[in-house]
Ligand binder design. Structure first.
Ligand code: CA
Ligand code: CA
Length: 202
């Protein structure tokens, strides 16, 4: 015998839809999280420990390269390629990096910004001239996952259409989906994603 009580039937359906929606959203979020972890690994990859010999080889090549740069002055402006690259952020190939008629070294000696043409106000990073230590500070190898807000911000515009398709493909009725606005879908999605991310990054 079928249950003929329409209101009970509706409650049941709605509950199922809700559960289904949450599960699907959860799965979608989980796949996004896996993607994020993958991305995070890829970003971290260059910082992850290599084999010792590889690391040593890299280090000595890098050091050798720097030592060579300290001896070179490709553009013959009196600043070594090393100083131009790592301290002043000027071009080691152009004597007058900002093309204002004053050579880089003259500007450095005069306390001017060799990357800012004389008479102009630049907002370019001054780190090179003021705090060379800060510029060469080691990058934190414990890269956090992308911040949640950034993450969901990037995600939100993609989610609505795709999510709708995904939910429909997973068997949710079109009428139920149509009853949810894009915004509601996104919010539900982002909310779930937030929770999943929050738990997985804890
Ligand atoms: Ca030079
Ligand atoms: Ca100049």
């Amino acid at each position: 015998m079928e249950n003929q009580n329409p209101s009970l039937e509706r409650v049941k359906t709605q509950t199922q839809v809700r559960v289904g929606l949450v599960v699907v959203v959860f799965l979608a979020a989980a796949s996004i999280v896996l993607g994020a972890i993958q991305i995070s690994r890829t970003i971290k990859a260059p910082f992850l420990p290599k084999s010792q010999s590889e690391a040593l080889a890299d280090l000595s090549t890098e050091e050798q390269r720097k030592e060579e740069l300290k001896k070179l002055d490709t553009d013959k402006d009196g600043l070594t390629d090393y100083d131009e690259t790592y301290i002043y952020n000027t071009s080691p190939f152009i004597e007058d990096s900002d093309s204002d008629g004053l050579p880089d070294k003259a500007e450095v000696l005069a306390g001017e910004d060799p990357n800012c043409p004389k008479g102009r106000i630049c907002f370019a990073p001054q780190a090179a001239t003021s705090t060379p230590e800060a510029a060469s500070a080691p990058i934190d190898s414990e890269l956090p996952l992308p911040s949640l807000d950034k993450f969901t911000g990037v995600l939100a515009p993609v989610a609505a259409g795709d999510l709708r398709k995904q939910l429909e493909a997973s068997g949710l009725s079109k009428s139920m989906l149509d009853s949810l606005t894009d915004k509601e879908l996104q919010e539900l999605y982002v909310e779930t994603l937030r929770e999943v991310l929050a738990t997985s990054t804890r």
